[in-house]
Design a binder for this molecule. Structure first.
Ligand code: FEO
Length: 170
């Protein structure tokens, strides 16, 4: 059994992860439309990762005999006027997702819900990596993305990224 507020927070997190997946799909589409297929690929993989995160939260609710509530996923409403903006938006978004997971962790900690805390540990680490990856891409874009040849090489590098399923098993 989980505390009701914990279930509500996790259900809300499921929605946020699906929204993240949708947001990154929109960014992927943006870059593919600009013929930056490597950036498109990078965000297409982000989309898959976020979908997997949503499913892990969903499974945790199910495994604890609680009800999964699926709410409407908001449309990504961002319009990008240059190649850097999706990268900046992505970093800000990851920081907000980390805060959201920290809020669930704080709730579980207050309740001495050690099971949920243990489940969330993977996500706390994952968010650290997500923020670092996004920050790194922003910084490399600043270094190389302004020059067309640098942008070409960065795009080629991002095209090699492949999807790896999460290591967490529920
Ligand atoms: Fe599921 Fe990128 O946080």
């Amino acid at each position: 059994m989980l505390n009701k507020k914990t279930v509500d927070l996790i259900n809300s997190q499921i929605n946020k992860e699906f929204y993240s997946s949708y947001l990154y799909l929109d960014m992927s589409n943006y870059y593919y439309a600009k013929n930056l297929n490597g950036f498109g690929n990078w965000f297409a993989i982000q989309t898959q990762e976020e979908y997997a995160h949503a499913m892990l939260f969903l499974k945790y609710v199910q495994n604890n005999g609680e009800t999964v509530t699926l709410n409407a996923i908001a449309a990504p409403d961002k319009a990008y006027s240059d190649f850097k903006q999706p990268l900046e938006t992505s970093l800000k978004h990851e920081i907000s997702i980390s805060a959201s997971i920290n809020d669930i962790y704080a709730e579980a900690h207050g309740l001495k819900d050690f099971k949920t805390m243990q489940f969330l540990n993977w996500f706390v680490k994952e968010q650290g990596e997500e923020e670092q990856k996004s920050d790194d891409l922003n910084k490399r874009f600043e270094l190389f993305g302004i020059d067309p040849r640098g942008l070409y090489l960065l795009d080629a590098e991002l095209a090699t990224r492949t999807y790896t399923a999460p290591s967490l098993v529920i």
